[in-house]
Design a protein around this ligand. Structure first.
Ligand SMILES: NC(=O)c1ccc[n+]([C@@H]2O[C@H](COP(=O)([O-])OP(=O)(O)OC[C@H]3O[C@@H](n4cnc5c(N)ncnc54)[C@H](OP(=O)(O)O)[C@@H]3O)[C@@H](O)[C@H]2O)c1
Length: 254
């Protein structure tokens, strides 16, 4: 028997939604009528986004989540399902970047990126898969990948490896869970001007080099990435699973 959302709306959980792509995605889904749960490492970091979501009339559940801790993932997911009454969509957006020459990457940096981006995305998906399949409910998982998981670039090795793993994870889980009506897709943005990328984009030379790789010759907005998530969770994408939608201004078209 499927649990019902008390408000009759669909419910989504967007991880890493304190700012940037996660916040824009949560807002886009709220505008589409979803009740929305949002996470950050500290619940205090969510006050801005919660105010914006409430302003568009969404029911909002803010939770703390640390993707480097299995108990935290368990706790956050259970709290979200309990508070919203059900869950239809999980957006595995939270992740950490690393820009470092491969020769200088430490084992601690490797662990931090792989645990957060790969292990975190996998076990959050597993929790959502168990919930959806266990309750006989169709649903969607969207994983946030990156063009660095598709094409190579110097000084992004560990980050790119983590995003390539997410792209492959998306295919594997999509195949395994298709018979249960669970669709799994990924969005792979090029560079988006979010607060965490501001420092690396501050240098005009770096900016120009990055822009010259992009046929549309500009960076993406967080809202443009959110638009791809909106499509993938919509009924229009009912026959789309196991795919990675590149939102990259043509960067990987070369
Ligand atoms: N920006 C880009 O150019 C770009 C391009 C391609 C792909 N992406 C991907 O898109 C996603 C969002 O990127 P973004 O630039 O908007 O923000 P981001 O800086 O990559 O991610 C920020 C979010 O992740 C949360 N977070 C950090 N460490 C965490 C952990 N250990 N456990 C749980 N949550 C954690 C942060 O919470 P706190 O606020 O508490 O720190 C914050 O909400 C990421 O997966 C990123 O790799 C970004």
């Amino acid at each position: 028997m499927q649990e019902q959302n008390p408000t009759g709306k669909r419910a989504a959980f967007v991880t890493g939604a304190s700012y940037g792509i996660g916040a824009a995605t949560a807002l886009a889904l709220a505008r589409d009528g979803f009740d929305v749960a949002v996470s950050a490492t500290r619940v205090e970091n969510l006050s801005d986004v919660v105010a914006k979501l409430e302003a568009v009339g969404a029911r909002v559940v803010p939770v703390a989540l640390n993707l480097r801790s299995l108990p935290s993932m368990e706790q956050a997911t259970n709290a979200v399902i309990k508070a919203l009454g059900c869950l239809d969509v999980l957006v595995n957006n939270a992740g950490i970047p690393l820009r470092k020459p491969a020769l200088e990457v430490t084992p601690e940096q490797w662990d931090a990126v792989i645990q957060t981006n790969v292990t975190g995305t996998f076990f959050m998906s597993q929790k959502m898969g168990r919930y959806l399949i266990g309750s006989g409910r169709p649903g969607c998982i969207i994983n946030m990948a990156s063009t660095h998981g598709v094409v190579g670039l110097a000084e992004r090795s560990v980050y790119g490896i983590s995003k390539a793993a997410i792209i492959h994870m998306t295919k594997m889980l999509a195949i395994e869970w298709a018979e249960h009506g669970v669709r799994v897709n990924a969005v792979a943005p090029g560079t988006v001007e979010t607060p965490s990328r501001a420092a690396s984009l501050a240098d005009p030379k770096t900016r120009e080099v990055m822009l010259n790789r992009v046929p549309l010759h500009r960076f993406a907005t967080a809202e443009e990435v959110a638009g791809a998530v909106r499509y993938l969770v919509s009924p229009e994408a009912a026959y789309v699973t196991g795919q990675t939608l590149l939102v990259d201004g043509g960067l990987t078209a070369y």
